[in-house]
Design a binder for this molecule. Structure first.
Ligand code: KG4
Ligand code: ZN
Length: 331
């Protein structure tokens, strides 16, 4: 299966065999292009996808030692994401499918993130719990079957990755914030500043990160007003600890109340070293099997879309040429 991903700022293509074996995984990252703007500029992302996508797909086919005619299906992310960026992948996949007669399978981006775990763990099968934490999403899911999800909890406002990016910008670390906070936090004290761990009254499994973000901004402002220096490392470590605590607490609560003994991480934030350690420890303490994709499979890539696409294909999912980009596609 050829898989294509272009929902945000990575132009990616991959060839995946039987959903679990990655024959190639090519990613053209646009990060350098967007850094000077402090975040992803949708119009620039779309234009770069158009420039790069054919080359990335050809590289993926070459590295896998395969050609279009050998493919069983073409999988593509059709939402959620930036509409202009998604359209490039969707249009390319439709064109390839039309030209070759190879079936087209549209894939949900979050289902892709979850499915990165199938690549890493050949034995993993649903049901299991999965926390998907990325730049655009924070979802606590029960994976009932391949491609079948029940949303147990989600963020009420900012996604976890978005909070990382905004706080990184506020303390002068730049974009993308997650990896930079992860790195500098190692030199800071996580108990230096007590930031809030918000609970959401209506749903005990939901998250909210906008209050935490405001608390960090207030802390920085009060330092400035007092003419005091703040420690980037201490703010990063204390903020990161607050995010990790909340994600671990809600997740373990869900594991205990559902009785599910398998827990997986997914999404860009899942590559955070402190988050991985905390989950490993907490799952270990409770005898819950813990799964997490390697960092390169946590952030956006097309191999995960190939894994999810394979199970969609097996379920009989085929899309027509009316497949469109759906920026707010629901799970
Ligand atoms: O999954 P992803 O590549 O794209 C989306 O679907 O959103 O996630 C990107 C997000 C960004 O917000 C980035 O700052 C965050 O994941 N991220 C991290 C780390 N690496 C990436 N956050 C915390 N720690 C990291 N090491
Ligand atoms: Zn993503």
């Amino acid at each position: 299966m050829l898989a294509i991903e272009s929902s945000c700022d990575e132009t990616a293509a991959s060839v995946v065999k039987n959903g679990r074996e990655v024959l190639s995984n090519v990613i053209y990252s646009q990060i350098a292009l967007h850094t000077s703007y402090g975040g992803v500029v949708p119009e620039i992302a779309s234009r770069k996808h158009i420039e790069k996508i054919n080359q990335v797909i050809q590289e993926a086919l070459d590295q896998a030692g395969t050609a279009l005619k050998d493919l069983t299906a073409i999988a593509v992310t059709y939402g959620p994401g930036l509409v202009g960026a998604l359209l490039v992948g969707v249009s390319t996949a439709k064109a390839l499918s039309l030209a070759t007669g190879i079936p087209l399978v549209g894939v949900h981006h979050i289902s892709g993130h979850v499915s990165a775990n199938y690549i890493e763990y050949k034995e993993l099968e649903p049901p299991f719990l999965c926390l998907v934490a990325s730049g655009g999403h924070s979802h606590l899911l029960m994976v009932k079957d391949y491609g079948e999800y029940e949303v147990i909890g989600m963020t009420r406002d900012d996604a976890a990755g978005e909070a990382f990016d905004k706080v990184a910008r506020a303390i002068g670390l730049g974009y993308p914030g997650g990896p930079k906070i992860d790195a500098i936090a190692r030199q800071g004290r996580a108990d230096a500043i007590l930031f809030p761990r918000a609970k959401v009254a209506e749903n005990e499994y939901d998250f909210s990160f906008s209050g935490l973000k405001s608390a960090v901004l207030n802390y920085l402002n009060s330092c400035r007003l007092k003419g005091e220096e703040f420690s980037q490392a201490d703010v990063a470590a204390s903020f990161q600890k607050a995010v990790v605590d909340v994600l671990v607490e809600r997740s373990m609560h869900a594991a205990e109340s559902t009785g599910c003994r398998k827990f997986a991480l997914a999404g860009g934030v899942a590559s955070n070293s402190s988050l991985r350690e905390a989950f490993e420890q907490e799952c270990g303490r409770r005898g819950i099997r813990f799964y997490r994709p390697s960092p390169g499979l946590c952030t956006d890539n097309a191999a995960m879309i190939g894994a999810a696409g394979y199970y969609e294909y097996r379920r009989g999912v085929r899309h027509g040429f009316d497949l469109n980009a759906v920026p707010d596609l629901k799970l």
